[in-house]
Structures are given as structure tokens and as C-alpha cells.
Ligand binder design. Sequence first.
Ligand SMILES: CC(C)(COP(=O)(O)OP(=O)(O)OC[C@H]1O[C@@H](n2cnc3c(N)ncnc32)[C@H](O)[C@@H]1OP(=O)(O)O)[C@@H](O)C(=O)NCCC(=O)NCCS
Length: 130
Amino acid sequence: MNFYSRKLVKPQDLNPGGTLFGGTLLQWIDEEAAIYVACQLDQHKVVTKYISEIDFVSSAKLGDVVEIGLETTGLGKSSITMKCVVRNKFTKEKIITIDKLVFVRIDEQGNPVPHGKTLEDEKQNMDVPD
Ligand SMILES: CC(C)(COP(=O)(O)OP(=O)(O)OC[C@H]1O[C@@H](n2cnc3c(N)ncnc32)[C@H](O)[C@@H]1OP(=O)(O)O)[C@@H](O)C(=O)NCCC(=O)NCCS
């Protein structure tokens, strides 16, 4: 699994308990996954279809740096399936795990359309961070 982006937990990201707001983290993950999928499929017109059970394993605090990791676990006709881990950049403690995130390539009308990629293409097109 590659960890693509890092985020600094800022005051506006906190919940009333003083830790990272879950919805903010999900927004970061969804955006990161959309970028990942666009790179893997060479297609920008993709939508979030499904997010499986989310396990908030531990919390992040003000000033923490978190990193978001994604890995392809499956490619269908129009869909791509990934798993996701978010962890503290420095301690490597897991903050969230998601077993299954599914994105679908759509056409102009919003209907699913084949992306034409195989796992072999996907490996060659792997967007590895520098
Ligand atoms: C994405 C969307 C176009 C798919 O339409 P659909 O009628 O479900 O299409 P299909 O049943 O043909 O499924 C399309 C693909 O998604 C997969 N899929 C559908 N439901 C799924 C689910 N619950 N879990 C995992 N995969 C699913 C199918 O297996 C299929 O994959 P494949 O083409 O690789 O075999 C439609 O559901 C949609 O527009 N959803 C809203 C998306 C959106 O706006 N997301 C942003 C959040 S608001």
C-alpha cells in the first residue's frame, strides 16, 4: 500500500471532543481516492459508489500529521475497488481502516461505462509517490 498524501490536523478539523472530526477525515479520504482512481484509470469522470464498514481505530489530535494509504484490490468492468488505511505519519498508529471503497467510471449521462483496465495495466500505471 502506498501512502499518497499527508494532512495536518488544524483547529477547524476538530470535533467537540478536541480530536479529528470523522466527517473531515472521510472527506479527505474520498478526495484522495478520487485522485487515485483518476490516475489508475486515466479517467476523471468517476464517482464514489460504495464505502464499506469504517473502523475508527484511534484518534488524531491537533497538530498531528496523518497520511492516507490506498491500494487496489479489484477491477471490474466499470468499477475499481480499493482498501484504505489512514495512520499517524510519525508513530504509524492506525487511525482508520476501510476494507472496501468502490468507484465507478461514468459517461456524460451518469451511466456506468467500462474503464477497459486490467490489474496488469493498473500495476504498470501505478502512481507511486516520489
Ligand atoms: C455509480 C452509478 C452510476 C452506478 O449505477 P448502477 O445502476 O449501480 O450500476 P451497476 O449496477 O451497473 O453497477 C456499476 C458497477 O458498480 C458495482 N456496484 C454496484 N453496486 C455496488 C455495491 N453496493 N458495492 C460494490 N460495487 C457495486 C457493480 O458491481 C458494477 O461494477 P462492474 O461494472 O465493475 O461490474 C449510480 O449508482 C450512481 O450514480 N450513484 C451515485 C454516485 C454518486 O453520486 N456518488 C457521490 C456520492 S453522493
